[in-house]
Design a protein around this ligand. Structure first.
Ligand code: ZN
Length: 435
């Protein structure tokens, strides 16, 4: 005769959640008010080997019989216990297998639309490609902040390497791998489609953003857009030509009166900017200026300029123009997405899709370059302040960050011939301001 029903319908033994009725049943067995347990199946009664062993102990101690609808299990004999344990183990295996299968399905869903093949897990995410790894996410955010402050990738890579931070494959970061990581739409929680055209041997670093993904972002979509614009700007390479040149702050900005760009070159161990007289160049080869004094002078010129409200106002009006570029980038990206959807719905052929893409992509390229120039000016927001603040900030900046401030302010500085009567002639430097 059934005296009491102990329902634990909603609580799986695997969830680890407490099963109140189960606890009550065991208590009643110990109290001697139960002499038989009837269950649907052994695995519905006890789903962990530990629970089964509890029941076997109780059966021993209190002589409780266990009956199941699918067949009795006699816990009083070794064979009966073996059967019970095997049934329990099989049920447990099935449950674990099911959990594993669900995890795999979730991962496949997350990866749907992902084009790049397997390999290592993406930096910032666990192997399930969904769960964020907090320490790595913090490094990504730091790198993004530094790129937005116009620090060079080479400078960031050197720092990461010194700190022993590696890729998920365990290699040191290189400029290329860091650029790839920071350009990935994935880190902003967006899905990217990078179709490879017939004539391209490698996938483009930037794809079209096709949808919000199911994984969480580490940075915002806006940050991602700006970083992508900066890191794919074709101007960037020539402006920041490697780390050795970077130690000369003004390389690329100083222009000789003869029209040639000055290069950094020490004489007797003293760094100087010189007009190169290398054979095959049209440069005069006669202009030279001391690096330290010139750097300080240009710093003073720029900080004094940024202290002027009129100059800031002119820069600001240029920025208003710039934000249109960033809107245009978004429009182009939306249009590419719309085209892809039209193709997916078979409203246009693949050939039509590709033809339309070329037009939009060329415009997108130009707009991204314009947006990058705008981003370059973002750097000034964190720099401009009182004269004293600007000098303090300058002291704390590395070469790459200082260059960012300079190139957000100046197009170039022309260096005229030195007055031979003066040891130091500040008037020979003629800045061409951006605004
Ligand atoms: Zn020259």
């Amino acid at each position: 005769m059934v005296v009491e029903v102990y329902p634990d319908n909603d609580v799986s033994a695997y969830s680890g959640a407490p099963r109140p009725a189960w606890a009550r049943l065991l208590a009643d067995v110990r109290a001697g008010t139960v002499d038989a347990i009837v269950g649907w199946h052994v695995d519905r009664l006890t789903r962990s080997p530990r629970e089964l062993e509890d029941v076997i102990d109780l059966a021993d101690k209190y002589g409780v019989e266990l009956a199941t609808v699918t067949g009795d299990v006699d816990l009083s004999t070794p064979t009966g216990r073996l059967v019970a344990r095997m049934l329990g183990a099989a049920a447990r295996h099935e449950a674990e297998h099911k959990a594993e299968r669900q995890k795999r399905q979730r991962r496949q869903a997350a990866e749907a639309g992902r084009v790049a093949g397997g390999g290592h897990r993406p930096f910032g995410y666990e192997a399930d490609r969904v769960t964020i790894v907090p320490e790595e996410a913090e490094i990504i955010r730091e790198c993004v902040r530094r790129v937005l402050a116009m620090e060079s990738l080479a400078s960031i890579v050197r720092d990461l390497t010194q700190r022993g931070i590696t890729t998920t494959a365990g290699n040191s970061f290189k400029v290329t791998s860091l650029r790839q990581l920071l350009c990935r739409a994935r880190i902003s929680g967006r899905r990217e489609h990078t179709p490879r055209s017939n004539w391209e041997t490698t996938r483009p670093i930037i794809g079209d953003i096709v949808a919000d993904a199911v994984w969480p972002g580490i940075i915002t979509a806006d940050e991602s857009d700006r970083v992508r614009a900066i890191l794919t700007d074709p101007d960037r390479q020539t402006r920041q030509p490697g780390q050795r040149m970077n130690s000369y702050l003004l390389t690329g900005l100083l222009v000789c009166h003869c029209g040639a760009r000055l290069v950094g070159r020490p004489r007797s161990g003293v760094p100087r900017y010189v007009c190169s007289n290398a054979p095959g160049y049209d440069s005069c080869g006669k202009t030279a200026t001391n690096t330290a004094r010139t750097d300080d002078h240009v710093r003073d010129l720029v900080i004094v300029a940024l202290d002027s409200p009129e100059f800031i106002e002119r820069l600001r009006s240029r920025q208003a123009l710039g934000s249109e570029a960033s809107d245009a980038v978004k429009d182009d990206e939306l249009q590419l997405e719309a085209l892809a959807q039209q193709w997916a719905r078979k409203e246009i052929t693949r050939r039509e899709w590709m033809a339309a893409r070329v037009v939009v992509e060329q415009r997108l390229e130009r707009n991204r370059a314009a947006a990058a120039r705008e981003s370059r000016r973002h750097v000034l927001r964190g720099f401009v302040g009182t004269l004293q603040e600007m000098y303090q900030r300058w002291e704390r900046m590395n070469v790459s960050q200082r260059r960012a401030v300079l190139s957000a302010t100046l197009h170039s500085i022309t260096v005229n011939p030195a007055d031979p009567r003066k040891r130091w002639d500040p008037d020979r430097f003629v800045p061409e301001w951006i605004a």
